[in-house]
Write a protein that binds this ligand. Structure first.
Ligand code: MG
Ligand code: MG
Length: 249
């Protein structure tokens, strides 16, 4: 089952998307050595308050913040706290917002100061894989084409794709059907791309193994080999005029 959204509903989601984009620009500007992830969360809360938006992360299965801050070997779901960013870190900033009951969800991965060329290349590849997936919304036929586009870009660059966590439909809930794996699946071939779909596509790439583990806080997902991870995400609407990124800055 796939929920399709009307143009009027997508209009509201666009507003939620703009709030998320603003959270990203504020959080990215703060990603400097010495800044703690708790300070980044606080700034993201201020954006939500200023825009009259609610958080879809805060309280989600007990999550205590409005942004997931995932540095270095943390893949996703890092909890903001006392960690102070260091020169050379990379950090995924996953933000969400609700406006009038409609959700948006997106993530960026940014470097802190000067980062290693390998880290830069990992982030760039994640962004390219997301771009390729979004392009498939215009030309592809099924969800398998979307996941396949991520897989092709990541594999070509020599990176691994995390398989335990996937993208998702989004609307009046943050996580709706369908699931969107970042690789080609047989199941994905059964879900045709249709106008009105709104999808949160979110590649997670690693420099080493794709195997992950969850830390004792029951949230933080890390690579088991300590390799770097990059995570990028956009909420994208498939409109009559083609794919529209609702969370673009
Ligand atoms: Mg998501
Ligand atoms: Mg997200």
């Amino acid at each position: 089952m796939t929920l399709r959204k009307s143009p009027a509903q997508i209009r509201i989601m666009r507003r939620a998307g703009r709030v998320v984009a603003e959270m990203h620009s504020v959080c990215a500007a703060m990603a400097r050595p010495g800044v703690t992830t708790a300070e980044i969360d606080r700034a993201a809360r201020e954006v939500l308050a200023r825009r009259g938006a609610r958080s879809n992360f805060l309280g989600y299965h007990g999550f205590p913040a409005v942004v997931c801050t995932s540095p270095n070997d943390v893949v996703v779901h890092g909890i903001p706290g006392g960690y102070a960013l260091e020169e050379g870190d990379i950090i995924s900033l996953d933000c969400g917002a609700i406006i009038d009951g409609w959700h948006a969800d997106a993530a960026i991965t940014v470097g802190v100061g000067e980062i290693e060329p390998d880290a830069r290349r990992l982030i760039d590849t994640a962004v390219h894989s997301l771009d390729a997936a979004i392009a498939e919304l215009a030309t592809g036929r099924t969800l398998a084409d979307v996941g396949g586009a991520v897989e092709a870009v990541a594999t070509e660059a020599g990176y691994s794709i995390v398989r335990e966590y996937v993208g998702h439909g989004i609307g009046t809930a943050m996580h709706e059907a369908p699931e969107i794996p970042n690789y080609r699946t047989v199941r994905g071939r059964r879900t045709k791309l249709q106008t009105g779909m709104v999808l949160a596509i979110e590649p997670m790439l690693t420099t080493g193994t794709a195997e992950t583990a969850v830390l004792e806080d029951d949230w933080t997902v890390v690579t088991v080999d300590g390799g770097l991870a990059a995570h990028v995400e956009h909420t994208v609407a498939l409109t009559e005029d083609g794919p529209e990124i609702l969370t673009r800055p």
